[in-house]
Design a protein around this ligand. Structure first.
Ligand code: SAH
Length: 218
């Protein structure tokens, strides 16, 4: 008999092979994290059969858990060695934070909707991700008490990179964020070199809105 866990394990293997490796994700640590984090636990029970599909899924409050490829791509862009302290803006379900927890030393993640933050905290605890700290707040302000960060991942789209995040990015650090109008953004990569932001543009994407003091209005 095949148990649910075995079935989900096979679905993850297939997701990694067909959605990630075929599309050029190569970082072994990222592939291993995507192979091991139980994505189905980050969606509603009714959606578990679709958890490993090639798309985002609703997580309530009009928000979504990102497509697996986008989670892997943003993680790979940040080039982790395992020693980094990372800040994520837009915890949502907590899935991206769980992936980050396997490639970084410590994860601080901020969600503006308290109900989502509370649920993500529970799921992360249930899977034993003990190096993740979840906070309910406006992430466009960053997390000053924990700064500087070696890496920053913004999981929602905004008109520009919020200045507090640039300030809280450490020297030699890297930030990735979807930047652009509501219906079409591009991943923007910012490296901090000698205190100056060095900006490159990556692929196009569509994310839910980043809402806050230094982003869109609610
Ligand atoms: N990383 C998530 C998916 C993110 S969806 C996952 O793996 O499931 C984007 C999330 O960003 C939403 O939950 C939304 O509420 C949140 N968000 C939007 N603006 C924010 C802000 N200013 N600060 C923190 N979170 C924000």
């Amino acid at each position: 008999m095949v148990t649910g866990e075995q079935r989900h394990g096979r679905e993850r293997e297939r997701m990694v092979a067909e959605q990630l490796i075929k599309r050029g994700i190569v970082d072994p640590a990222v592939l291993e994290a995507m192979r091991s984090v139980p994505r189905h636990l980050f969606v509603d029970e009714a959606l578990r059969d679709r958890a490993y599909g090639d798309h985002p899924l609703p997580i309530g409050e009009s928000q979504t858990i990102s497509q697996p490829f986008m989670v892997a791509r943003m993680t790979e862009i940040l080039k982790f060695t395992g020693r980094e302290k990372v800040l994520e803006i837009g915890t949502g379900s907590g899935y991206q934070a769980a992936v980050l927890s396997r490639v970084a030393a410590r994860v601080c993640t901020i969600e503006r909707i308290p109900r989502l933050a509370a649920r993500a905290r529970q799921t992360l605890e249930a899977i034993g991700a003990s190096n993740v700290w979840v906070r309910a707040a406006d992430g466009t302000m960053g997390w000053a008490d924990e700064a500087p960060f070696d890496r920053i991942l913004v999981a929602a789209g905004g008109p520009s990179v919020p200045p507090p995040l640039l300030e809280q990015l450490g020297e030699g650090g890297r930030l990735v964020m979807p930047v652009g109008p509501e219906d079409a953004q591009r991943l923007r990569i910012v490296d901090k070199v000698n205190g100056q932001p060095n900006v490159t543009e990556d692929s196009s994407c569509v994310f839910v809105k980043l809402i806050g003091k230094y982003a869109w209005e609610a």
